[in-house]
Write a protein that binds this ligand. Structure first.
Ligand SMILES: *[C@@H]1O[C@H](CO)[C@@H](O)[C@H](O)[C@H]1NC(C)=O
Length: 211
């Protein structure tokens, strides 16, 4: 239920893919039109396509037209946002004057965000293991680990705000946190969609032995 209302909020709020990524996006746009076209069309399969293009256009030169490289870039954006949000929450954790319930909510959020960082962090090398020499079962094993861990990270992020849902919670803390959490959850949701897209398109065909 909490997830549902959070989800609605996510849909109705829009964010820029801030700072460096945004400004870096411009040179690649002109230098690699085929890759930009590929990124735009792949981003259509995500829930937040505008944000997806903003965040990932900067990686056009490494992504080229590779679904795997695009998923990799999306995971690295998600990791960097999850890390910076975790740092932000750890600063909130040190604010004085929070009520015990607020302090507990911040602490719980810090735990779930740290877990989210771990899940995304281990997904990146795991995606790397779906290399050209991994086939069949091996490919499926690694790719399904990535899918599981990134979904767990997304759940962690969505859970983070739950502790703040009761009445009487500090409005400023909650608002400051919400903006960041929604952003990281959107970016992670997009990464999961792009991992799923990569998995679908590279899933080894089942070889039938029957004539
Ligand atoms: C990510 O994982 C590597 C080892 O796999 C570790 O050295 C590094 O500290 C981790 N980074 C974060 C942010 O957890």
């Amino acid at each position: 239920m909490g997830n549902h209302s959070l989800h609605l909020l996510i849909i109705f709020m829009s964010f820029q893919c801030f700072l460096a990524y945004h400004t870096m996006a411009k040179p690649s746009m002109t230098s690699n039109p085929a890759a930009i076209k590929f990124i735009k069309s792949s981003c259509k399969s995500t829930l937040y396509p505008v944000l997806c293009v903003q965040c990932l256009s900067a990686f056009a030169n490494t992504v080229k037209q590779s679904e795997k490289q695009l998923a990799h870039a999306a995971l690295s954006v998600s990791l960097s946002r999850a890390k910076s949000t975790t740092i932000f929450v750890s600063k909130l954790n040190r604010i004085r004057g929070l009520k015990p319930r607020e302090k507990q909510a911040v602490k719980d959020c810090l735990d779930t965000m740290s877990d989210s960082v771990d899940q995304i962090n281990k997904s990146i090398p795991e995606l790397g293991h779906t290399g050209q020499f991994s086939a069949g079962q091996d490919f499926m094993w690694h790719v399904s680990n990535v899918q599981t861990w990134v979904s767990a990270a997304l759940t962690d992020e969505n859970t983070c705000l739950d502790g703040f849902s009761g009445p009487g919670m500090n409005g400023n803390v909650k608002a400051a946190l919400r903006v960041r959490i929604l952003h990281v959850a959107q970016v992670t949701s997009n990464a999961l969609a792009l991992v799923n897209r990569f998995a679908d398109r590279h899933r080894p065909r089942t070889i039938s032995n029957s004539p």
